[in-house]
Ligand binder design. Structure first.
Ligand SMILES: [Zn+2]
Length: 215
């Protein structure tokens, strides 16, 4: 059987395109136009994968045949066995990712469905800290940053949606020459609600570049 290969951000692209096809079938009657819409949607889904084996493409191909919301839902149900979940981390593993932080507030993992996570993110409102765990180059990494209130609406750097965000600043270990007290800090607007961000994210390029800069 084809191994799981669909990550959460791919799944979000598939859901978006499935919804788009469904709307077009509702609004457009021209069969030729609809054919083009379906072809474009299938291409865009395939482009979301950096590489796609033939047997994996066959899992995605039936998306071109959906027309109604029921068919979209049925298609999404049919690809669930191929969804590759985020590694199911526990509190012990998370603590090990933040060895210098003895006051870390751990996330509530009881209701976390790892199938729908691109990254695990949570806030500590008391200390105004945001924590992110991500699998980078096959290894779990943890980063933490401070966020500045108030929350405002802006485009999230990770998911590129207009959402309630806060400005998260993360200090890097990069020092300027000759000045050991100088640290560079990187700040980006990131969704306040990481669960919502995980529902929106369709591309991991920004997330990966952010993590690469602060590691
Ligand atoms: Zn976001």
């Amino acid at each position: 059987m084809t191994k799981p290969f669909i990550q959460n951000h791919h799944l979000n692209v598939i859901k978006n395109k499935g919804r788009h096809i469904q709307y077009c079938f509702h609004d457009i009657e021209d069969a030729g136009v609809l054919q083009v819409v379906k072809g474009q949607a299938a291409d865009q889904v395939k482009q979301a994968f950096s590489e796609l084996k033939n047997e994996e493409a066959e899992v995605i191909d039936p998306l071109s045949d959906v027309k109604t919301s029921i068919e979209v839902e049925a298609f999404i149900g049919s690809i669930y066995p191929y969804v590759k979940p985020f590694p199911a981390v526990d509190h012990t593993q998370i603590k090990q990712l933040f060895p210098n932080n003895k006051k870390i507030q751990l996330p509530n993992l009881e209701n976390t469905d790892f199938s729908y996570l691109t990254y695990l993110g949570w806030n500590d409102p008391g200390q105004r800290k945001k924590y992110i765990v991500y699998e980078f180059d096959g290894k779990l990494v943890g980063i933490e940053g401070r966020y500045t209130p108030p929350t405002q609406r802006n485009y999230c750097y990770f998911c590129n949606e207009l959402t309630p965000v806060h400005l998260v600043s993360i200090r890097t270990d990069e020092t300027s020459t000759g000045n050991p007290d100088y640290y560079r800090s990187i700040g980006q607007y990131i969704c306040k609600d990481s669960d919502e961000c995980n529902k929106n994210i369709t591309d991991v390029t920004a997330l990966q570049s952010f993590i690469q800069k602060v590691l």
